[in-house]
Design a protein. Structure first.
Length: 338
């Protein structure tokens, strides 16, 4: 029997429901115990870019970050889906130069900056997009640094059989506690393998990322360093006016959140020892952001200023092209603070 996932978010136009977003979520502690579970959390899903911080553990454990003296901005960008704004691009270039490389080494493919003003400025200047503008260029620069630190050929670092990607898979299996057979491998938008995992296993991985519990000393220190970098430089994780940067900019090390394509969001709440994994069935990121904001509001001890800050994310207004408020997104009752 196929489980029908519950409605996680309703979209109101005026007072009427216009659309509904179904999905599933798991909140798990570092021992693997479920704290909150809605929908099918056992069927594997592709987490896409939501696991970039876990992938970046390979950069840390290869000693690439130390060898190339990567700073908070560079480490945050290694965990990022950035907007291609000028400082994002410059930071990716710095990382590549540290390893003696340039943008020609990137195998992530090319697209224009996702940040529209930056794309327009690039076009007006007569420039053109390159792989350095890809939202994954920070992660790929980190992979290249890891390859160089490991003493292996950087070329082909996106292939499943490359030592860097073999290490990524091993990290995902170890952190989640779930074996990943080869048939669960897909190809991500940036050409690296993406491995399907159940939501409860993903949440467990992020609980361990949050706490270091059950990890070796080196991996626990690597996770803490990445979380600290993202908290110190959250703008580099996504960019101007984007959910993950705004949330981490407000909460600092209390909250780590990272989205992926097709309605996926993962997160860590270190003071509670919880990991979070969300998947919206229709692939809508707007719904996943509402769910994540609602979970932060429900689970984390908050001051009034924190609740005021979260309000625009938990129930964001919908506006038309004239700026008129026409409706809003509303999380399901199960997600509201008790």
């Amino acid at each position: 029997m196929i489980m029908s996932d519950p409605v996680l978010v309703e979209v109101l136009r005026g007072a009427r429901v216009e659309s509904r977003h179904r999905g599933a979520l798991a909140v798990v502690d570092a021992d693997g115990k479920a704290v909150l579970s809605l929908g099918d959390v056992e069927s594997p899903i592709f987490p896409r870019s939501a696991v970039k911080a876990l992938q970046a553990l390979v950069l840390m454990e290869s000693d690439g970050a130390e060898r190339y003296r990567l700073d908070d901005e560079q480490l945050a960008l290694a965990c990022a889906s950035h907007g291609g704004e000028p400082a994002h691009v410059a930071t990716a270039e710095r990382t590549l130069r540290a390893a003696g490389l340039d943008a020609s080494a990137l195998e992530c493919g090319t697209h224009w900056p996702a940040h529209q003003p930056s794309a327009l400025a690039l076009a007006r200047s007569g420039g053109t997009a390159s792989a350095i503008h890809n939202n994954c260029s920070g992660k790929h620069s980190g992979f290249l640094c890891a390859a160089c630190a490991m003493g292996v050929e950087p070329r082909g670092y996106v292939e499943p059989g490359h030592p860097v990607q073999r290490e990524v898979k091993a990290v995902l299996e170890s952190m989640s506690g779930a074996a990943i057979p080869d048939e669960r491998r897909g190809i991500d938008g940036c050409s690296v393998p993406t491995w399907a995992l159940p939501l409860d296993a993903l949440a467990h991985a992020f609980a361990r990322f949050a706490t270091g519990r059950g990890l070796g000393e080196k991996r626990a220190a690597a996770a803490q360093r990445l979380r600290a970098a993202c908290a110190a430089k959250p703008w580099f994780v996504s960019g101007t006016g984007r959910f993950s940067s705004d949330i981490m900019g407000h909460f600092g090390q209390r909250v780590f959140v990272k989205g992926g394509a097709e309605g996926v969001y993962c997160g860590a709440l270190p003071e509670l020892g919880y990991g979070v994994a969300i998947k919206c069935d229709d692939g809508q990121g707007r719904a996943a952001e509402v769910v994540m904001a609602a979970l932060v509001a429900r689970l984390l001890p908050l001051a009034d200023a924190d609740r005021d800050f979260l309000r625009r994310f938990v129930g964001p207004a919908l506006k038309n092209w004239r700026g008129t408020a026409v409706g809003r997104l509303v999380p399901a009752a199960e997600l509201h603070a008790s």
